[in-house]
Structures are given as C-alpha cells and as structure tokens.
Design a protein around this ligand. Structure first.
Ligand code: UP5
Ligand code: MG
Length: 215
C-alpha cells in the first residue's frame, strides 16, 4: 500500500519535472535576417523568454573583469564564432537565472545559436539532457538584403561588426558554418522556415502560424 503511494508520488514528480524541463526553440538565420526583431514580437505575444547568444557575448565583452572580453571583441569584429565553452556557460546561466526567478518561464528562444559544429557539440555535451529542442525557427533571407539591413542599422547601432568589411566575413561564416547546422536539423524534420525578406509584419504573420501550430 505504502509502496504504491510512494510510486505514484514519484511518477507525479517525474511528470512535473518533465513538464518543467526547459523547452527550446533555436532561432537561426543570416546576420540581419531579423532574428532579434521577430523574437521581440514573439515575446510580446507568447510565453517565451528571448536569449540572444550575441547579446550575451556583447554583455560579457563589456563586463568589467571578464577574462574573455578581448577574445570576444576580436571574434565579433572578425565575424568568427566564439569557442562554445564561453557561449554555453552564458546561455546556461541565463536559462537558470530566468527559471530561478520564475519557474513558469521554461520556454526559451535561443537566438543566433548553434552556429557551427563546435556550438552543437557544446550544446549536446552540456544541455542535451537538461533541455528539449522543439524545433529550429529559420529566418531565410538573401545575403544582399541582410547586408543592407545591417549597414542601415550600422548608422546608429554602434555595433563593431555593422560595417561592410565585418559583414562580408559574417556572411561567409554564416554560409560555411551555420547553414550546414540548419541542414542537419532539416534532415531531422526539425526546421520551420520563414521567408524573412518581407516586411516585419508579414514575417511575423508566418511566425505566428508556426507557433500557434507547434504550441
Ligand atoms: N529589420 C529586421 N527585420 C526587418 C524586416 N523584415 N524588414 C526590414 N528591416 C528589418 O535586424 C537587423 C536590422 O534589420 C535592424 O535594424 C532591424 O530593424 C531591421 P535584427 O532583428 O537585429 O536581425 P538579426 O538577425 O538579429 O541580426 P544580427 O545582426 O543580430 O544577427 P547576427 O547573427 O549577425 O548577430 P548576433 O548578435 O547573433 O552575433 C554577432 C556575433 O557574435 C557573431 O558574428 C559572432 O561573432 C558572435 N557569436 C558567436 O560567436 N556565437 C554565438 O553563439 C552567437 C554570436
Ligand atoms: Mg540579433
């Protein structure tokens, strides 16, 4: 009798912890494809927390006393992908902090990650057991549109990589390293693609349709 009660308690515990397991959507696409813009819109309409890997790296670059500040600065300007040990710790901590503050916040948009094989390996090593990747939201946008959006933003963004020289490198890195990751998820049937070259509202209409369907 006691045994069966405790069994039921444990099975309930496991069911609850399964429900609370972080649910992740990876948000990928070229530089300036609109990942950040669309994530902001999603957060306004759905119960997701937006974590931009690029923003977390820029914060770490600016943090006084950071041992990685200089390395991150160089990598970002060169459009190269920062070693995953740095990025994954920032992401993990941001997820933990969010869930600690509010246990209901267990749905995450992870924007701009994973960008290459090293990133994916790091995720699988550190987070695979701890979080479920639901799907990849892919903002598909031509290189020229991407470059022009970033150049336009560069007039006021203050970002060290919103200039033509860095942008050429960012595009190359995207094509060589990130596209194969998207293709890999595509083979698993886990990519939801949106034509991101249209207006913010048009893109978001498609995003909504995907999220309403996926839950
Ligand atoms: N805009 C947006 N949508 C528009 C639309 N539909 N129509 C017209 N204009 C639109 O948008 C970019 C600009 O376009 C904005 O001015 C916006 O108003 C306009 P945004 O939403 O910011 O696009 P996003 O895809 O987020 O562009 P971002 O520049 O942030 O993409 P990146 O992937 O290049 O940058 P990120 O910050 O993710 O990474 C920067 C660098 O950090 C990387 O190059 C790399 O060096 C490093 N990094 C890592 O090393 N590892 C990581 O895991 C992540 C980053
Ligand atoms: Mg962004």
């Amino acid at each position: 009798m006691i045994g069966s009660v405790s069994q039921r308690v444990w099975s309930l515990f496991y069911r609850v912890s399964e429900i609370m397991k972080p649910q992740v959507v990876f948000v990928l696409g070229g530089p300036g494809a609109g990942k950040g813009t669309q994530c902001t819109r999603i957060v306004e309409n759905y119960s997701y927390t937006h974590l931009s890997a690029g923003d977390l790296l820029r914060e770490e670059r600016a943090r006084e006393g950071s041992e990685f500040g200089q390395l991150i600065a160089t990598y970002i300007k060169e459009g190269k992908i920062v070693p995953v040990e740095i990025t994954i710790n920032l992401l993990k901590k941001a997820m933990e902090d969010t869930m600690q503050k509010d246990e209901k916040k267990f749905r995450f948009l992870i924007d701009g990650f994973p960008r290459n094989e090293n990133n994916l390996e790091g995720w699988n090593t550190v987070m695979d057991e701890k979080a479920d990747v639901k799907f990849v939201l892919f903002f598909d946008c031509g290189n020229e549109v991407c470059i022009n959006r970033c150049l336009e933003r560069g007039k006021s963004s203050g970002r060290t990589d919103d200039n033509r020289e860095s942008l050429e490198k960012r595009i190359q890195t995207y094509l060589q390293s990130t596209r194969p990751i998207i293709e890999l998820y595509e083979k698993l049937g886990k990519v939801r693609t949106v034509d991101a070259s249209r207006s913010v509202d048009e893109v978001f209409a498609d995003v909504k349709a995907i999220l309403d369907k996926e839950g």
